[in-house]
Ligand binder design. Structure first.
Ligand SMILES: C[S@@+](CC[C@H](N)C(=O)[O-])C[C@H]1O[C@@H](n2cnc3c(N)ncnc32)[C@H](O)[C@@H]1O
Length: 299
């Protein structure tokens, strides 16, 4: 997984290896089987890369430690004491800055709780995902939380339908208990029933284009990594529940080639352009990995 919070993002491992969890089912079509195998190869490669990066990190730490010791070995006693002292001060300074940043982040997130844009991640789709897709979703939620916390004007995040495998994977995230978000076992439709007229399900299949965010509205994002298997599922759900839907005009704003980097995923009150909410590379996967291909507008 990539660095999500200044190189110290918490990481969790998938519950089991993709090949062990998702053996290609004989009932799958030839195409689906091919896709699944491709996905499994990709996951295996990713795990391999992760391991290599971990080993490289260990080597780097060891090299730096040796360099430091060599440096100390060839200076006088007095210089040595000075070097140690200055390193200690640098560390203290860094730790102070980190805890200051943490406190500021807590203030920002608590402010968002009172008057920020509410965004719900609907987690009622676990039964439609493979273990590795659930794992991917959990990683993306973790990333969303980290990026949102760093924004000058963060959103207030809700996780609804936080049950079963999804709930237990989230619970295993380090520090999850302290996250400043709403965690709801209930569905958003029950938890927010008094606000039903303000609920807007974001779905690529909606006829309505959302150009500006409305602070009164509560936008719902489908917590679903489905690689295009469940086309239109969120639109159908919202229609059945008789709640509004809207589509973000992603393609009009973002060119989604691999080399492109997106703007930050926050929404400044002064610049409530909806694409800013999901403007980053990781969220690209979250929002688009399973959307109807006709709606995928990136080049
Ligand atoms: C990977 S997609 C899931 C696709 C799924 N087949 C569906 O019917 O929604 C994850 C979520 O990202 C959001 N999303 C993706 N593209 C969007 C768009 N253009 N406009 C609004 N929401 C979008 C939707 O909430 C969607 O449920």
């Amino acid at each position: 997984m990539e660095d999500v919070e200044g190189g110290h993002s918490p990481k969790i491992d998938p519950p089991c290896s993709p090949s062990a969890c998702n053996p290609p089912e004989p009932s799958l079509s030839k195409n689906a089987r091919k896709k699944l195998l491709k996905q499994q190869r990709y996951e295996a490669k990713k795990a391999d890369k992760k391991l290599q990066a971990k080993e490289q990190k260990k080597k780097d730490i060891e090299r730096k430690r040796k360099e430091w010791e060599e440096k100390l070995a060839c200076v006088t006693e007095e210089e040595r004491a000075k070097l140690i002292e200055s390193r200690r001060n640098l560390r203290k300074e860094r730790m102070g800055k980190r805890s200051e940043d943490r406190e500021k982040k807590i203030v920002r997130l608590n402010t968002a709780k009172d008057c920020g844009q509410n965004i719900v991640i609907d987690l009622e789709f676990s039964h439609l995902m493979t273990p590795s897709e659930i794992h991917s979703l959990v990683q993306q939620i973790m990333y969303c939380y980290a990026v949102n916390g760093r924004c000058p004007s963060p959103c207030h995040l809700w996780l609804t339908g936080c049950n079963g495998e999804m709930g237990s994977q989230l619970q295993r995230l380090p520090g999850f208990d302290k996250w400043i978000i709403e965690k709801e076992r209930r569905s958003y439709i029950d938890a927010l029933q008094e606000q039903k007229e303000n609920l807007v399900y974001l779905t690529a299949d909606s006829e309505t284009v959302l150009d500006d965010l409305d602070l009164k509205k509560i936008y719902i994002v489908g917590g679903l990594v489905d690689r295009n298997r469940w086309k239109g599922i969120t639109l159908k759900k919202a229609q059945e529940q008789e709640i509004q839907t809207a589509r973000l005009p992603i393609g009009s704003y973002l060119k989604m080639s691999s080399s492109q980097s997106f703007p930050g995923p926050y929404c400044e009150p002064s610049h409530r352009d909806s694409t800013q909410v999901l403007g980053n590379k990781r969220l690209e996967g979250f929002f688009l990995s399973g959307c109807s291909s006709k709606k995928k507008m990136w080049s």
